[in-house]
Design a protein around this ligand. Structure first.
Ligand code: PLP
Length: 706
């Protein structure tokens, strides 16, 4: 019995379980109530169950299931013939060090805010699956990102529940002497200390730096408090701990990364620390810079100039004064590294410029974004034409095993050797598709949508309970009446992501009368589910949420337009698996890639999107729908009007008629043909196994980028 309990505890100690359906099912079966209440956190779950109770539970069939999953886990951890071992053995030696300000691995580990974090999380999981020696570096945020709830007016409120290390699958990193490993960085005139935590993600390890320790003055303890919290000063301090602290930590651990991968400019200060050690080793300035450059690669994510971190000269001076004195670097040289204009160091220090200047290779995250980035940074490369600017692209993907829900996974397991294999190539996907009938695919859709609707009702009941709002209760009651219930027979659109304004969440409400006619068309009705958080400082984003909530309360939309609070990885997974259409209407070309639409594909969801980010590459006319054809207008209002009109037309004339066109068996054959095309063309390409292999081949292994 003891052995089974030990096996169970070992499973909770490695986030491998977060992409293993059977492991998750075991935790849920131990106590469905505690599993829900504790945000699907198995460490917390086990803290609530006594060893005696566990022993009793392990005596039945559950014990055998634990042993089975544990055996698979051990096999996974010890697997020798991984992709990297067979194809890139260099990457099994010294680790790839991947720095990111956020990692979205599972909803119970709240160290992420949105798409960038989800990408990092999916990247580290695939790196583990592929057998690359891989370490991630980030911060341990004791309050994480906020929990969202809405007040009576639909205005976003934020809550910051603490996350306690003892409730997470993390352990303290200790030094050779067995004591806590503490590193320090210089910020202004102070020495700021950080301890490190270690989180196992399959075979990969994620290190989290934490300044919340007694050695620090209180304002420095708070550096590791909130994801993207605070002002510019907090931001630069976080980035020093992440970049410089992270580089020092790897050194203290005795790791010699073969390559440092900066995921977004937040971690670019790490190049300064590498530079300092090259200088300390006696290299001259040019040789030191070349040495740093030869070990770093950089991924940019922001197609909007204002979206890049920039710090004032004064702030740089104040913050780096002591660091420069200690490392012997010159302030003007430092400013030059982050300056957009090499002749003028009086301006702002731009993290992206630093990262570009000290990397051997750089990339954007979709083909279009690569192009936009080359144009945006051309001025840094005097004499180069746009197409010669050394910024390439690798299009983002998603980690298929993480984003397939249990039901979908079982569905594909019947006709393939698993979704991981099924997403290896178009041939593999087509082989699986050939073995399922239209009826089976349609029944997959129906079940997944019914599951989503069940989830929505449970979730809403909880949400309305917390809102303590009578209008909320009334809305919930109204929705439960026969007329206004969500139905698996109705075409269902999902829209969920961060509520950054460029994503234009309320666009579908531009013409309320027209939307009313669409939603309440008795022959071809529609229902829409929204979710998403606005950054706490983004009042315009919060107003978008408020508008949608207000619309959802209009009589004509009650029970047909839903807003789910507190979007997170768990809610995302429910939504992407259940909806028929994933809607995406950002202002082109502001969505660098976007990934949420890629998550829907294996569930039989179809994308309906502006030709931005990954979609222009993936869209072939048969595997979803586009909003417009990539038209861009100088004037924002004109753009909004045009895109909204395009959206309505495609909805009315194509999407709805195709969905409701049925054969004699009530099967929408044309719709299902699109699902098949989407699975065959999108699933094998837009996943992180392909993406990480591309990074390995094009960026981690070679010295020359692009
Ligand atoms: C996938 C995901 C995102 C990214 O959404 P985009 O539409 O690509 O911006 C953001 N938040 C969560 C919780 C996600 O799962």
């Amino acid at each position: 019995m003891q052995k089974k309990i030990i096996a169970l505890k070992e499973l909770t100690g490695n986030l491998w379980w977060s992409w293993d359906t059977e492991a998750k099912q075991i935790f849920e079966d131990l106590s469905p109530l505690l599993w829900e209440r504790n945000n699907h956190n198995p460490v917390e779950l086990l803290r609530h169950i006594s060893n005696d109770e566990l022993a009793a539970r392990c005596q039945c069939q559950l014990g055998e299931r634990i042993e089975g999953v544990h055996a698979r886990f051990c096999e996974y951890m010890e697997k020798k013939d991984t992709w990297a071992a067979l194809n890139a053995p260099e990457l099994t030696k010294n680790p790839v060090a991947y720095f990111s300000a956020e990692f979205g691995i599972h909803e119970s580990v709240r160290i992420y805010s949105g798409g960038l974090g989800v990408l990092s999380g999916d990247h580290i999981k695939s790196a583990s699956d592929l057998g690359i020696n891989f370490v991630g570096v980030t911060l341990f945020y004791k309050e994480g990102y906020f929990r969202q709830y809405l007040n009576h007016d639909g205005w976003q409120m934020e809550d910051y529940p603490l996350q306690y290390p003892e409730s997470l699958p993390i352990e303290k990193v200790t030094g050779p002497d067995g004591k806590d490993l503490i590193i320090s960085v210089n910020i202004a005139q102070s020495e700021v200390f950080a301890q490190a935590w270690k989180l196992k993600v399959g075979r990969a390890v994620l290190y989290l730096l934490d300044t919340n320790i007694p050695a620090n003055e209180s304002h420095y303890r708070d550096i590791c408090c909130r994801v993207y919290g605070g002002d510019q000063n907090m931001r630069i301090n976080q980035e020093i701990v992440l970049g410089i602290g992270g580089a020092k930590l790897l050194g203290a651990l005795g790791l010699t990364p073969s390559v440092y991968h900066m995921n977004e400019g937040h971690s670019a200060f790490l190049t300064l620390e590498l530079l300092a050690s090259e200088l300390a080793a006696g290299k001259n300035k040019e040789a030191a810079m070349e040495a740093v450059r030869s070990r770093c690669v950089f991924t940019t994510h922001t197609p909007v100039p204002a979206g890049h971190d920039r710090f004032s000269r004064d702030m740089m001076h104040y913050t780096f004064d002591k660091y420069l004195a200690l490392t012997g670097m010159d302030f003007e040289d430092l400013m030059l590294l982050g300056s957009e204009d090499p002749k003028n160091t009086q301006g702002l220090f731009t993290m992206t410029v630093l990262a570009l200047q000290l990397s051997r290779a750089a990339n954007g995250v979709s083909k279009l974004h690569g192009q936009v980035s080359r144009e945006m940074w051309q001025h840094l490369y005097a004499g180069k034409k746009v197409e010669e600017v050394p910024i390439g692209h690798i299009t983002n993907g998603v980690h298929a095993p993480s984003w397939a829900c249990g039901y979908t996974e079982t569905f594909w397991n019947r006709v393939s050797t698993g979704i991981e294999d099924m997403t290896l190539s178009r041939e593999a996907a087509e082989a699986a598709l050939a073995k399922v009938t239209d009826e089976e695919l349609w029944s997959l859709r129906y079940t997944l949508k019914r599951n989503l609707i069940d989830f929505i009702y449970r979730y809403l009941a909880n949400q309305l309970f917390h809102q303590h709002s009578m209008s909320g209760y009334n809305q919930y009651d109204a929705m439960r009446s026969d007329k206004n219930t969500l139905s698996p027979d109705i075409l269902t659109i999902g829209f969920a992501r961060r509520f950054a304004t460029y994503k234009r969440a309320p666009m579908i409400f531009s013409d309320l009368d027209r939307l009313n006619r669409i939603i309440n068309n008795p022959k071809m009705p529609l229902q829409i589910v929204f979710a998403g958080k606005a950054h706490p400082h983004d009042d315009a984003g919060k107003d978008f949420i408020r508008q949608i909530v207000e619309h959802s309360r209009r009589p004509q939309f009650t029970g047909k337009v839903i807003f789910l609070e507190n979007y997170n990885l768990g809610v995302a997974k429910r939504m992407v698996s259940g909806v028929d259409i994933w809607l995406n209407n950002p202002v082109r070309p502001m969505e660098a890639s976007g990934t949420s639409g890629e998550k829907t594909v294996l569930h039989g969801g179809l994308n309906f999107s502006v030709l931005d980010g990954w979609w222009p590459e993936a869209y072939n006319g048969e595997n979803g729908w586009s909003i417009g054809h990539g038209e861009t207008f100088e004037n924002y209002e004109e753009q909004d009007r045009f895109d909204a009109e395009q959206m309505y037309q495609v909805l009315e004339n194509q999407i709805l008629p195709t969905f409701y066109e049925r054969n004699a068996n009530n099967i929408p054959t044309r719709w299902i043909k699109k699902i098949r095309n989407a699975i065959a063309t999108i699933a094998p390409e837009y996943n992180t196994h392909r993406m990480v292999r591309d990074y390995a081949n094009q960026y981690y292994l070679t010295k020359e980028g692009k």
